[in-house]
Design a protein. Structure first.
Length: 244
């Protein structure tokens, strides 16, 4: 494959990967506490790279070297639901799932039939010390900024708020995060807000603009590949004409 086609193909591949990440971000614009994925571009040099005869520089191709999670805080939305919580600042709620302890910024909780505080998908919210938070249905719930849960003026538990040094968290699906092997949580510095939910930090307008830009870049790279193919076709035809 010629240099033009190779460079265009590499660029198209990186734009397709960007498009997949952007599509996932846009699909989660309304997901509470969702954190957007971003990409980090770099270049690589293959074993068969050609060298500029004047400068000696090797040809390089674009590639998405890695993707990273944007942990910036989203806006807060008032819900007036006493079981909706948001963290203002650094911190995540700890949740016990069948796959182990997971962490989330989505504080859309409810009370299970057994009286424990659970997530919207049925997983148990973890209290300080690792146990559940047991509540009495029908009795008002009040939560203080440090995560202490009260009913009838008496504390019934405290939300376990955890923090991690970044980048030590990976996404685990269902809006959960899982720490890298060996990474231990540390106390969070954020405060709990009751009756609010953190919205996704994906900007719909920004994502729409980036979507258009990526599509235009892809189209230009596709045209560049067509030009490379056309040049190759003409070169073959000229060689054949001379040989004849």
């Amino acid at each position: 494959m010629d240099a033009i086609s190779t460079s265009a193909a590499a660029g198209m591949r990186s734009r397709m990967e960007s498009l997949e990440m952007l599509a996932n971000n846009l699909a989660n614009v309304e997901t509470g506490g969702f954190k957007a994925d971003r990409e980090f571009y770099s270049v690589y040099t293959g074993e068969d790279a050609t060298f500029d005869p004047q400068t000696g520089d090797a040809s390089v191709l674009p590639v998405i070297e890695s993707q990273w999670i944007d942990h910036s805080q989203g806006n807060f939305r008032n819900t007036s639901n006493p079981l909706d919580f948001a963290i203002d600042g650094v911190g995540l709620f700890a949740v016990q799932t069948p796959a182990g302890v997971r962490y989330t910024r989505n504080g859309n909780f409810r009370i299970s039939p057994a009286g424990t505080l659970i997530t919207n998908d049925g997983n148990r919210v973890i209290a300080q010390g690792g146990g559940p938070i047991q509540l009495q249905p029908g009795i008002p719930v009040e939560v203080t900024p440090d995560g202490t849960v009260n009913q009838q003026g008496q504390p019934v538990g405290q939300l376990q708020l955890s923090a991690f040094d970044l980048p030590s968290l990976n996404k685990a699906g269902l809006n959960y995060f899982v720490p890298l092997d060996g990474t231990q949580p540390k106390p969070a510095t954020g405060v709990v807000l009751q009756g609010k939910l953190e919205q996704s930090n994906v900007g719909a307008a920004e994502s729409a603009v980036r979507l258009v830009a990526i599509m235009r870049q892809f189209e230009m790279l596709q045209k560049a590949m067509n030009i490379g193919n056309e040049l190759n076709r003409r070169a073959i035809e000229e060689v054949a004409r001379v040989a004849a």
